[in-house]
Design a protein around this ligand. Structure first.
Ligand code: NAI
Length: 463
């Protein structure tokens, strides 16, 4: 079998130790991998001045697959997260995190076997944040039609390829009716093309409660970025913690596999780190590359090792990183039978049907605008400006005008809604804003538009 290249970023902290363990195990299984070293993390900063040098990005682009060890991100300053840099530079839009109860690993609940598919680019992770006033900070949460469709498509394709039976969309569309409403709409639109797979949805808070009480009801789950981040860590906890939580970041023709955990500086260099999470990520990588037999062989060996009670310290065992890796290598050569565990369905990689990246709405109608005003106390806004009528003023989403005014704490930014009786133009909005600008300090405006007859804006609470 001819060898395929994989970029290996060892990372820092425990990264080099667990990477060495993984390499030994991949060699023991004779998987046809040629490692191509690349730099990222603290070492890269010292050597090149960049946490993630452009050369590393180019190498991953050229090779197509990478295995990444953890990299330290300084808090409150220093270099940008290497993970975020790689994810964005390579448009790795899907973060796939399987959670499965492993034999021999103490966990709070049994019978977990699910895969989280987290949207990896959008949501609140765009870093679009502003102080609107001294009292009010804003973070823009962007959910897009093509982004939502793409992640839903990926979840269903993956479910089909791995013979999974159900995909659940996790959301908060009862509150975020427009953003998560769009995410869910795209989910059900894509679901129609996969009639053999059950499609369901659940509100994220209920989902968390159900996960810790009846996890068996979940199979593949697809979530927007922030919920996916949080819920996947919850799922990691359900199966024994960070030491056994693998992950993969997938894009079109590119994939970077890595454990969920970080660089664990507290145990770095002490031969104490558990390499299992990076190893499980490597198994997913081998399946992604089509090396199914090697993936199965390594997975069986890891399970047999854990079943036999050989564990690292984080899992209550006594083995060091190296000793655990040696035990797995021995199991590979002995091919010990495992009980009570079936290796994952060997699906290999799969191709994704391309979706249109943008859509042009047949009808778009401008109705008015929301005007965000900085003002202490409720601002006295004109009842009419140009063709627009004052409809309401809200503070943190609660309607404060027209009355009755709720008994709430007011902050110094108000949303003022002006709507026209008929359709208006951008020029009408500009003229109205110019008029209001004479008397009010404002932060920004948002146009109120209908798309194909459907309101593209939310009502204030109490409206
Ligand atoms: P962490 O995951 O590094 O460590 C949390 C706790 O889990 C520590 O007590 C650690 O010893 C333990 N732990 C983690 N992985 C382990 C393993 N394989 N075996 C045994 N014990 C393990 O999280 P923390 O401390 O919040 O972050 C440390 C650094 O890692 C930070 O700079 C953070 O930004 C970075 N980080 C990097 C990630 C990546 O490169 N993918 C992901 C998460 C954090």
């Amino acid at each position: 079998m001819s060898k395929r290249q994989v970029v290996l970023i060892e990372g820092d902290g425990i990264g080099p130790e667990i990477s060495a363990a993984v390499r030994d195990i991949v060699d023991a299984a004779e998987a046809p991998i040629e490692w191509v070293a690349a730099d990222a993390g603290l070492g890269a900063i010292e050597r090149t001045g960049h946490g993630c040098p452009q050369e590393t990005i180019e190498r991953i682009k050229a090779v197509g697959v990478a295995l990444k060890g953890p990299t330290t991100t300084p808090v409150g300053g220093g270099h940008k997260s290497v993970n975020v840099t790689i994810r964005k530079a390579l448009e790795l839009f899907a973060n796939v995190r399987p959670s499965r109860t492993l034999p021999g690993v103490k966990a709070p609940i049994a019978g977990v076997d699910l895969i989280i598919v987290r949207e990896n680019i959008e949501d609140t992770y765009g870093g679009i944040e502003h102080m609107q006033s001294n009292d009010v900070a804003q973070c823009l949460r962007l959910i897009t039609r093509p982004g939502s469709k793409r992640i839903a498509r990926y979840a269903f394709e993956m479910a089909a390829a791995q013979q999974r039976k159900k995909v659940t969309c996790v959301h908060k569309a009862n509150i975020m009716k427009i953003t998560d409403g769009l995410f869910m709409e795209m989910f059900y639109e894509v679901a129609k093309e996969y009639p053999q797979i059950e499609a369901s949805d659940i509100i994220v808070d209920n989902c968390c409660m159900q996960l810790v009480s009846k996890p068996g009801q979940f199979d593949v789950m697809v979530l927007p970025n922030l919920f996916g981040d949080i819920v996947s860590d919850l799922c990691a906890g359900l199966v024994g913690g960070l030491g056994v939580a693998p992950g993969g970041n997938i894009g079109d023709g590119r994939a970077v596999f890595e454990a969920v955990h970080g660089s664990a500086p507290d145990i770095a260099g002490k031969n104490m780190a558990n390499p299992t999470a990076m190893l499980l990520s490597t198994i997913a990588m081998l399946r992604h590359m089509g090396f199914l037999a090697h993936a199965d062989m390594i997975e069986r060996a890891v399970i047999a090792t854990l079943e036999s009670g050989k564990r690292t310290r984080d899992l209550g065992g006594e083995l060091g990183t190296r000793e655990f890796a040696e035990a797995v290598c021995r199991q590979i050569s002995q091919a010990t039978a495992i009980t009570g565990y079936t290796v994952a369905a060997s699906a290999g990689s799969f191709t994704r049907a391309a979706d249109a990246v943008t859509s042009v709405p047949a009808g778009r109608a401008l109705k008015g605008f929301d005007f965000f005003v900085e003002h202490t106390g409720i601002p006295a806004m004109p009842a009419k400006v140009g063709p627009f009528d004052l409809k309401m003023v809200s503070n943190r989403g609660s309607k404060v005008f027209p009355g009755p005014t709720p008994d709430i704490v007011l902050v110094d930014v108000h949303r003022v809604r002006y709507e026209a009786a008929g359709q208006v133009s951008d020029g009408d909005v500009m003229a109205a804003v110019a008029e209001l600008d004479k008397s009010f300090k404002w932060m920004h405006i948002e146009k109120l538009q209908d798309f194909c007859g459907k309101a593209g804006y939310s009502l204030a609470q109490g409206q």
